[in-house]
Design a binder for this molecule. Structure first.
Ligand code: JFZ
Length: 618
């Protein structure tokens, strides 16, 4: 294909700015994401006629807005919570190659920006890949106990190795490894047996070991030049036929990193999936806006509710594929918060685990999933088939999901003074109940200044997240203004601010290789520029105001040992957002207020404000 990757190097840090446009449709909000790349302080060097940026490599996010009432949409509306599995040859390397450990996403270890493993050497790994501890039933049981509704597993990642029995490429788990079994068959059957949905991830564009694949060799073993089209016809499309015909009914094909794949190829892929699996969803990362739904950047939970079908993908630790050193496990509570808040914004949450090279699941991941699952068994109504929050955004103490006239308040941060403040509810409450495993405790409540104050026990019996159910007399009516209560810190992201004579946009960068971080921020301040938030203050008092902002310097460090081993990594100080206590601000009356922030001196161009935090001094 014309967009076949040219050799390129990128030097250090690349920043992507997603311009975030919110176009107000009369009924709901819709977010459009054109991606504009800006290279800050560093340059992307390309040899050849085209520059290849990280967003091209990863591929822009896009999806089809027009998914009608097709039955395949039910997967997201009923499910909401799924297991993602990144598993392949790379799991055996666990992000170590030739005695050196690489810091980044493990499934990319082969890539030239990590270990740069030559194709032949990488293919050799298959000979010793023998994941005898892969236990499909155990994985499906784990997903079930976690409360997940379907499993999506990597059938072929960018390394080109098929984790299923493929007739069109010998580089697959049955023909190239000592295992000699098809673990995907086993997983598909176990899912069917235990009543979970099953689907595949497939890297359609990048294939680093197949001649003609994006990022792969230009020539075949005989020295003949192979085009992307030839790769597509001989490997990609036939393998998609295989995964959509040989594993029973599947619920989803999760294509990824479309890069510069031609439109007609995407059309062929979508047609193939529709033909063989009419009920399966196609991910937005298939390319050219032809997927059924949108996937947000990794671990990215939108600030405001988003209409339509979308998902957030998250990782139990940092790397998708297994990396031996990656112990940055998220707690069960954080996983639950991410799940609930994703559902409260209107989305579906898919959480990744990376099995080891022997096929076993890291213990810590299993613990997190099971523990979060125990909570979900107690409060299934909070998540499954639940509707988004009437408030449109998170609240200071947690989040809200809904079913009919019932609101579920999930309290992440339980106050210890016996009161919970709920801003802006304008519909009469019939009952307020604190839910427990076996008990339901009726709560008293009152209203003041347009706020609802719930009398709650000071001691919280639920160790993760307590749930209060409000039954309303009617359909909800809510004033969604951000509420500042006396007991919680209110985090005012610039997402919610109006930006005048300064530039509000989304920033995205890599913390480690492939580990994307996202932030909404304001920079390029003009002399009279400011940001302004509207908030609803419950009571007059002194409040601490704290800014979260970043400076402008970039540093690249190298650590070398005298045997010649080294680690090189970068940190952009412009991404190190630190909190700065500005002081005490007196607010004299209750009700609606505007708070504004402006930059008086400093680097007007680059100083980047992320948020304002505000809390009452006790
Ligand atoms: C892609 C893959 O490259 C990666 O290996 C992993 O499979 C992940 C789930 O998907 O990485 C991406 C793709 C898109 C974004 C971030 C990581 N994005 O748009 O923010």
């Amino acid at each position: 294909m014309s967009g076949k990757w040219k050799t390129y190097k990128f030097k250090c840090h690349i920043l992507l700015f997603n311009i975030f446009w919110k176009s107000a449709r009369s009924d709901m909000k819709k977010i459009i994401y054109p991606i504009v790349m800006v290279f800050l302080g560093t340059t992307l060097y390309a040899q050849g006629e085209k520059e290849v940026g990280m967003d091209n490599m990863w591929g822009a996010q896009s999806h089809n807005e027009e998914l009608s009432d097709a039955p395949r949409g039910k997967l997201f509306s009923d499910g909401n919570y799924a297991m993602f599995i990144h598993w392949g040859l790379y799991a055996q390397l666990a992000n170590e190659w030739n005695d050196t450990t690489y810091y980044g996403i493990g499934e990319w270890i082969m890539h030239k920006n990590l270990a740069g493993i030559p194709v032949d050497e990488y293919k050799e790994i298959a000979k010793s890949f023998n994941p005898v501890n892969f236990d499909a039933d155990a994985i499906v049981s784990l997903a079930k106990n976690a409360g997940m509704k379907y499993i999506i597993i990597t059938s072929k990642h960018h390394d080109g190795f098929a984790m299923f029995h493929s007739k069109v490429s010998k580089f697959n788990i049955v023909d190239a490894t000592p295992l000699g079994r098809d673990p995907m068959k086993e997983l598909a059957e176990a899912c069917k047996k235990q009543g979970l949905g099953f689907g595949f991830y497939y890297s359609q564009n990048q294939d680093w070991t197949a001649p003609g694949g994006a990022g792969g060799p230009d020539k075949d073993a005989n020295g003949n030049v192979v085009s992307f089209e030839q790769y597509f016809e001989s490997k990609c499309l036939p393998q998609v036929t295989e995964i959509t015909t040989q594993y029973g009914d599947i619920v989803l094909v999760w294509f990824d990193t479309p890069g510069r794949i031609p439109k007609k190829n995407v059309e062929q892929l979508v047609a193939e999936v529709r033909k063989n699996q009419p009920n399966a969803l196609v991910s937005g990362r298939v390319g050219h806006g032809m997927g059924d739904y949108q996937t947000f950047g990794d671990m990215e939970i939108p600030f405001s509710n988003i209409d339509g079908m979308w998902e957030t993908v998250d990782v139990t630790n940092d790397s998708w594929g297994y990396a031996w050193y990656d112990k940055n496990w998220k707690s069960p509570k954080l996983i639950l918060e991410n799940l609930i808040s994703t559902v409260a914004r209107g989305g579906t949450y898919m959480l990744n685990i990376g099995p080891k090279g022997d096929g076993s699941i890291p213990e810590e991941a299993a613990y997190t999933l099971t523990t979060a699952g125990e909570w979900l068994k107690k409060y299934p109504q909070v998540v499954y088939a639940a509707d988004p929050s009437p408030w449109d955004h998170k609240l200071s103490w947690g989040d809200v999901t809904r079913k009919g006239n019932k609101l579920f308040l999930s309290v992440y941060d339980w106050p210890d003074n016996g009161r919970l403040y709920l801003p802006g509810l304008q519909t009469e409450i019939l009952h307020a109940n604190l839910l427990g495993e076996k008990t339901v405790e009726k709560l008293n409540y009152s209203t003041e200044n347009g706020w609802t104050i719930l009398d709650i026990p000071c001691e919280n019996s639920e160790k993760f997240i307590s749930v209060i159910e409000l039954e309303l007399k009617d359909s909800f009516k809510v004033d969604p203004t951000l509420g500042l209560d006396p007991d919680h810190t209110l985090e005012l992201s610039t997402h919610f601010a109006e930006a005048i004579n300064c530039n509000k946009e989304k920033k995205k960068w890599m913390e480690k290789f492939g580990e994307w971080k996202h932030i909404m921020q304001v920079d390029q301040w003009q002399k009279d520029g400011f940001v302004s938030w509207e908030l609803d203050v419950f009571e007059p008092a002194y409040y601490m105001v704290r800014l979260k902002y970043a400076g402008t310097e970039r540093t690249v460090w190298k650590i070398t040992s005298d045997e010649g081993k080294f680690i090189q990594n970068q940190q952009n100080a412009s991404h190190v957002y630190h909190s700065y206590d500005m002081g005490w601000l007196k607010i004299d009356k209750a009700g609606k207020h505007h708070i504004q922030v402006s930059l008086i001196d400093g680097d007007f161009e680059k100083t980047s404000l992320e948020s304002l935090e505000i809390y009452k001094i006790h």
